[in-house]
Write a protein that binds this ligand. Sequence first.
Ligand SMILES: [Zn+2]
Length: 226
Amino acid sequence: MRARRRRIQLPYPNTHESIWEYKEAFLSGQIDFVSFLGSDCPICGKQGCYREITPYWRYAIDLFPEFKKEPIPVARFLCDKRESPFSLLPTQLIPYFQYTVNAVIGALLLGLQCRQMGQKGFHGASVAVDPDSLLTPWLIACWLGVVVLGLRRAHGVLGGWYHLIDIRSSSSPAAWEEAASYFLCFGWRLRIRWGPPLQSLVNRYSRDTRLFLFGTPSQYRATVHP
Ligand SMILES: [Zn+2]
C-alpha cells in the first residue's frame, strides 16, 4: 500500500449559460480562477500557498437543446503545504458524471412527463432523447437516486430559499414524486427553459456552502487501495 495524494474537487460557480460557453471562456483565457479563489489556499488556508498546474481534460455530455459530447478543460491547482492537487469543477457538471446537470435534470423532467401520460418514466425518457446519446433507463434510474439524495442532503439550505414545507422524504418507490415536488418548488418545467433557474440555484448553493448540490466529489469517496 502506498500513500496517495488526496485529490480534491471544489465547485466553481459561474455565470456561463452552458458548459460549452465555459469551455470557450476557458480556452480564450477569460476566466480568472485566481481572483475567484482569493489569496488564501482553499485547502490549508495559508496565504499564497497554492499555484495553478496544467488543467486536465474530461468529457462532458449535454442532451438539451441537443446531444453534444466534447472534451472540456478543468482548472487544477496544487496546495504546496499539503502537496494536494485540487480542481475547480464548473457547476454545470456533477463530480464523476459525464452528463451535465442540465442533461440530468432535463431527462428527469422528460421522465416525469412520461409518467403523467401513464408510461414508465425511465424508459420514456430514454427514448425521448437523441439515440446517439445511448441513454439507458438504468442510467436515468441512477440519476433519479443521485438527484433525490442531493436534494434531501441540501433540504435545510434550500428550505431557506424556497417553500419546501410540504416535501417529505419517502421510500424509493416514491422518488419520482419527491423529485417532482422539488422541481415544482424550484420552477423547473419542460415547457420553459429550465436551464437558467437550474444553473442559478446550483451556483447559489455552491457559492454559499462550497459544496456540490449533486454527486460526491473525490474527497468524500472511499479510497480503494490495491
Ligand atoms: Zn495550501
